[in-house]
Design a protein around this ligand. Sequence first.
Ligand SMILES: Cc1cc2nc3c(=O)[nH]c(=O)nc-3n(C[C@H](O)[C@H](O)[C@H](O)COP(=O)(O)OP(=O)(O)OC[C@H]3O[C@@H](n4cnc5c(N)ncnc54)[C@H](O)[C@@H]3O)c2cc1C
Length: 511
Amino acid sequence: MLMAPEEYRESLRALSPTVYINGDAVSSVADEPLLTPGVNGIALTYELALHQQHSKVMSAVEQENGLTVNRFAHINRTSQDLLDKLEATRLACQYAGCAQRYLQQDALNAVYETTYRIEADGVDDRHQRFLAYMKDVQERDLTLGAAMTDTKGDRSKRPGEQTNKDMYVHITERRTDGIVIRGAKAIVTGAPYVHEYLVMPCRAMHCDESDFAVACAVPVDAEGVTVIARPAGRPGQPGAKFSAVFAQSVGMVKFDDVFVPWEKVFVDGQVEAAKHLTHSFASHHRHSCIGARAGFGDLLIGACALMLEANGLTYDGAPHLADRMTQLIRMVEGFYACGVASCVYGDADKSGTARPHQVFANIGKLLLANQIYDMHKIAHEVSGGLVVALPEPDEDHNPATAGSLPDLLKGRDDIPYQQRADVARLIEDLTASYTGGWYSVISLHGGGSPAAMEMEILRNYPVPSKQDLVQRLLDRGVLAVSDDTSPDKDPGRCCATGCNTGLPGPKRSYY
Ligand SMILES: Cc1cc2nc3c(=O)[nH]c(=O)nc-3n(C[C@H](O)[C@H](O)[C@H](O)COP(=O)(O)OP(=O)(O)OC[C@H]3O[C@@H](n4cnc5c(N)ncnc54)[C@H](O)[C@@H]3O)c2cc1C
């Protein structure tokens, strides 16, 4: 059953996780002011699923069991499902900046595909086990945190080579009733205020690393779990127009010999399946990141347009700013278009899930990872220095200053000072504050650092088919240039007969 936002908050009060922020223990995550903007972000996903106008995109019928579920708890089967997920993510992020809960959908889809493979390999009824777990999550409308990124230690070493084995979460004991895990996940979105974690491996494991190939569900308040979290956004700061209301906490999650019953164990040493899990989560999640950052981009586009207007400028009068606005729109809709293409050209996994097209999903995520910095720059250029120089909001109530500020700091006469100030503070919050930096870093590293995307693009792109295409043109003589002596040609392809460069394979004729 779909929960209402207040029921979600109440459900958190029923849990007793061990959470620390700034060195202090948190007694109730739902009532902790430092976490309120993050709890609001997740609560919004509950609200939108019940909202008359948005429920169509924010909820779905789960084919597996017929339940009406939150979009972020749904298994995608079609292109339309992928598109609905992308739109739902964009929508939720237009309101919340980063709606956090889409990670749950990415993780559920990836684990679904993985347990299907393990069961198909004849190991046991792992998929049925996962389906029962998933149904419970969907029925209770839980929120799951995606706990994948291990602390990793020395990056040049494999998990088993680390001086501290806990750098990667691993199995320490196998019992008749379950497994025991140990280690730490370094960065988990929403860690303090989710109901459970889906623990997943963050890299492909070798055969002799099977203890590290573990995926399971762990309640946030299971014995041995400790969350060390950061505040969500800039709670309580008057100038934090956005992130005092909606933001995200991230937390490190420690697993100190945590017992996991078999019902919640989905991978325990099946290295090939675990490899699929890591890989599949990455592509589902990169696809979601595109929708998330498009929602953020919508906020920037709107704020920049309002700022430009408040400053008394028009596109005709300031063509360079029209150019910047066009660039901003091009960036946002450019990477979003990759997300849409990824839905259209996605394929069916053998488990029945719809998978986003790898190349488009990775290109879209790579574009936004790099362009987020340009997006911030454009917001700064369009808005002027006021976004970091405006007197703090308390001056608006200071009798010594308040009287003159509106007159001196307003722009266009017919636009109230307060509106200009609010938009300037919003832009500061989103681009030039701690929250602004946070949006840069999550865009760059969330879902994997740029190099990971670059590798995936090259790995999945059909370069050989493009080579064949050109080769066929060469074979048909379309590109024939009879007296071409250019030295730039590939070895062995410099003339009609092909020179002997010692490379294996037949020599081809171009003419
Ligand atoms: C705000 C935020 C929220 C996040 N939320 C989640 C979440 O909910 N769940 C989750 O599991 N993860 C989450 N992440 C983690 C994210 O997936 C990682 O940040 C990302 O995978 C990069 O890992 P890292 O931060 O450990 O950086 P590193 O792995 O240390 O990478 C730093 C740089 O070193 C390079 N590098 C690393 N290892 C090697 C190597 N062996 N050889 C060559 N180059 C290397 C990388 O390419 C990169 O450029 C979140 C991250 C952020 C910033």
